[in-house]
Ligand binder design. Structure first.
Ligand SMILES: C[S@@+](CC[C@H](N)C(=O)[O-])C[C@H]1O[C@@H](n2cnc3c(N)ncnc32)[C@H](O)[C@@H]1O
Ligand code: SF4
Length: 335
């Protein structure tokens, strides 16, 4: 098979699948309560892709070159019987299966996720300070329960466990060093993420972004770091290792050092829309194709056709003005 690349020569390697647009948190930078309140029109169940539909689409992507699938949301652990879906996806040959969660339900689910075939896991945690964390998730969720989830993931062997930390100026900058201190030497890999202008509800301003180089400099001053070579094209995080051998961290600088040139990611929303960029305004309706009765070959041809004309590079074109353009919400597309 000829290798599938887009207009900028980028292959398709990763697929992120959102399994729900709902969440039990209301992180201020993602699902602000004023917008995602009681009346928010979340997707009705019939609109969601079924497990069989997700598996079929994922298998088709794997046939086109996808090697890594990440399950996300909303909060993916809220999707009922998620383990069943994981078992189905784990059976696709040659695919590394991972998941991103807020960790709220992880302590009791980690072992079942591992048993279902999940290879690795990423847990989001923005501060170790209980008060700051409760304010950021905005549902008063305590930090210890997420830490218990991380421990359960380690115990279940979902390694390496990664922890995503979104850094927002004036909100949790002071969490950077305590996080680095707490996780050095534990095998957990911290990944600091620049606060991004996804969606249009989080009131993003460039001033709120703490640049990755500032994060690295702060940690390096206390625990000297050195850069790690990227392992593969399209790797999202810039990786740094502690010079004393106590592990590594990553920084995801999508605002200050955009990496569109290497972006190999496709995103599937919970209702089956294919987005070729996190910042895309519209998606391609794969559910209509699947429910319309296309053959496997036709589905593969349709996806390949969408990828072949892809030329998105939003982050490289971003300016203060483009932040106001309509985009999909992070909780819908899953980051
Ligand atoms: C949308 S969440 C979905 C999965 C799960 N609910 C979680 O929080 O891990 C995926 C990742 O996106 C990050 N995220 C959400 N909004 C963001 C923003 N505005 N800028 C940067 N990262 C963001 C979250 O912190 C999380 O690590
Ligand atoms: S970042 Fe994750 S946990 Fe927080 S509101 Fe968004 S989807 Fe929910």
């Amino acid at each position: 098979m000829e290798r599938l690349v887009d207009r900028l020569g980028r292959p398709i390697r990763d697929l992120r699948i959102s399994v729900t647009d709902r969440c039990n948190f209301r992180c201020v930078y993602c699902m602000p309560k004023e917008v995602f309140g009681r009346d928010y029109p979340f997707l009705p169940r019939a609109e969601l892709l079924t497990f069989e539909e997700i598996e079929r689409v994922a298998r088709t992507f794997a046939g086109l070159g996808v090697e890594k699938i990440r399950i996300t949301g909303g909060e993916p652990l809220l999707r009922r019987d998620l383990e069943t879906l994981l078992e189905m996806l784990a059976a696709i040959p040659g695919v590394d299966l991972t998941l991103t969660t807020n960790g709220a339900l992880l302590a009791r689910k980690a072992q079942a996720l591992k048993d279902a075939g999940l290879d690795r896991i990423t847990v989001s945690l923005d501060s170790l300070d209980d008060e700051t964390f409760r304010a950021m998730n905005d549902v008063d969720f305590p930090v210890e329960r997420v830490l218990a989830g991380i421990d359960a993931a380690l115990a279940a062997g979902l390694a390496p466990v990664k922890v995503n930390v979104v850094v927002k100026r004036g909100v949790n900058e002071d969490a950077i060093l305590p996080m680095a201190r707490a996780f050095r030497g534990t095998g957990v890999v911290l990944r600091f993420i620049e606060y991004m202008d996804v969606g249009h509800t989080n009131g993003w301003r460039l001033d709120d972004v703490v640049p990755a180089r500032e994060i690295v400099a702060a940690i390096d001053a206390e625990h000297p770091l050195e850069p790690v070579e990227a392992q593969y094209r399209g790797e999202v995080a810039n990786r740094w290792r502690y010079r004393d051998g106590s592990g590594e961290i990553g920084v995801i600088a999508s605002v200050t050092q955009p990496f569109c040139g290497d972006c190999t990611r496709a995103r599937l929303s919970a209702e089956g829309k294919l987005h070729t960029c996190l910042f895309a305004t519209t998606g391609h309706d794969l559910r209509a194709l699947v429910r319309g009765g296309v053959s496997d070959a036709q589905l593969a041809e349709a996806i390949a056709g969408i990828w072949a004309v892809r030329d998105d590079r939003y982050s490289e074109l971003r300016t203060a003005e483009t932040a106001d353009l309509p985009k999909v919400e992070m909780s819908y597309i899953g980051g």
